[in-house]
Design a protein around this ligand. Structure first.
Ligand code: 13P
Length: 337
């Protein structure tokens, strides 16, 4: 494993208050997003939408890397230029989702385990040739009655560490993403407990399997009450509890923590990130963003399936990226009225 190479990429991913654009929706998930704007999902509409995002002028000022899906990393823009080339010309690192999805966990009906280890070593080699510099694997931990089980947490932690080790040996920086879901009525305290337990198990597995912490990125959820919980915490509380949970579980050797947005509004995702970065002296790692929905939601709506809307849709994407990069510097001013 070439740790200097991995560490240089991991550090570049969080340098200069930049973050990641997660555009690695699987064919099923992007289908749902396109459906929400009444656009049929075809290879061409998926291409058009992502081409709009990737060609946004100035994207590289805020975005250090884009996470791609298997179809997208092999796809060309309408004029035949590969997407990876378009990104590289902007100084943006291409990354790749390598898991094959969260599937039913045998023996635990309502829980999931992420699959994709079979053949991963060969797929990593292939993605390196296609230009990928980092990879992503997302595990999902549901909170509910009797959930999560230790069985679910341990199965996912073990798979995350196996994935991470394979990526590092193949030359890709692994983004380790254990997502505690926001769905449900659970309290902020419950989210904090589950997040800490999950991270503690994940880092134990990473250690056991010899993953180099300096050459990885953590992509966690923030500590937030369930979407259907009547009592929602304010921005300061979410930020304080998230930093507390991370300080208890994430070694300082990890160069960067890049949050998922997980269904938060665009404004909340920026405000929370800002409030965390305002506690600079409590943070041994860079705290940044790797948002999907919280970068794309407005842009997708404005685009609406019509390429003549590209400039307006790109302006929305750039504005979200600018706001989140400001939040990395604790300089987010809130949304214009
Ligand atoms: P969201 O920010 O929409 O949660 O997506 C980030 C991501 O990549 C989830 O795996």
């Amino acid at each position: 494993m070439n740790l200097d190479h991995l560490a240089a990429i991991a550090n570049a991913m969080v340098a200069d208050n930049k973050g990641l654009l997660a555009a690695d929706e699987s064919t099923g998930t992007i289908g749902k997003r396109l459906d929400s704007i009444s656009v049929k999902s075809t290879e061409d509409t998926r291409r058009d939408y992502r081409e709009m995002l990737f060609r946004a002028d100035g994207l590289g000022e805020y975005i250090s890397g884009v996470i791609l899906y298997d179809e997208t990393i092999r796809q060309n823009a309408a004029d035949g230029t590969s997407f990876t080339r378009i990104l590289e010309e902007k100084g943006i690192l291409p990354g790749i989702k390598v898991d094959t999805g969260a599937k039913a966990l045998a023996g635990a009906e309502d829980e999931k385990v992420t699959e994709g280890l079979d053949g991963l070593r060969d797929r990593v080699a292939d993605y390196v040739l296609l230009g990928a510099k980092f990879a992503k694997w997302r595990a999902v931990i549901a909170v509910g009655d009797g959930m999560p089980s230790m069985y679910c947490i341990n199965a996912n932690a073990h798979a995350l560490a196996r994935y991470a080790r394979i990526c590092q040996e193949g030359g890709l920086v692994p983004i380790v993403e254990p997502e505690v879901l926001m769905d449900g009525t659970h309290s902020l305290n419950r989210c904090a407990d589950v997040t800490e337990l999950t991270l503690q198990r994940v880092f134990a597995e990473l250690y056991d399997q010899g993953v180099a912490l300096e050459g990885m990125i953590l992509k966690p959820n923030m500590v937030i009450a369930g979407t259907d919980c009547a009592q929602q915490a304010d921005v300061k509380t979410v930020a304080a509890r998230t930093v507390e949970s991370l300080r208890r579980t994430v070694p300082a050797a990890v160069p960067g923590i890049m949050f998922l947005s997980g269904g938060q509004s665009e404004a909340d995702a920026s405000a929370h990130l800002n409030a965390m970065n305002a506690q600079k002296d409590r943070l041994p790692w860079a705290l940044s963003y790797s948002y999907g929905r919280a970068l794309q939601a407005s842009s997708l709506k404005v685009w609406g399936g019509d390429n003549s809307n590209n400039p307006a849709a790109q302006a929305q994407l750039l504005e979200r990226a600018r706001q989140n990069s400001a939040a990395c510097a604790a300089q987010y001013q809130g949304e214009a009225a």
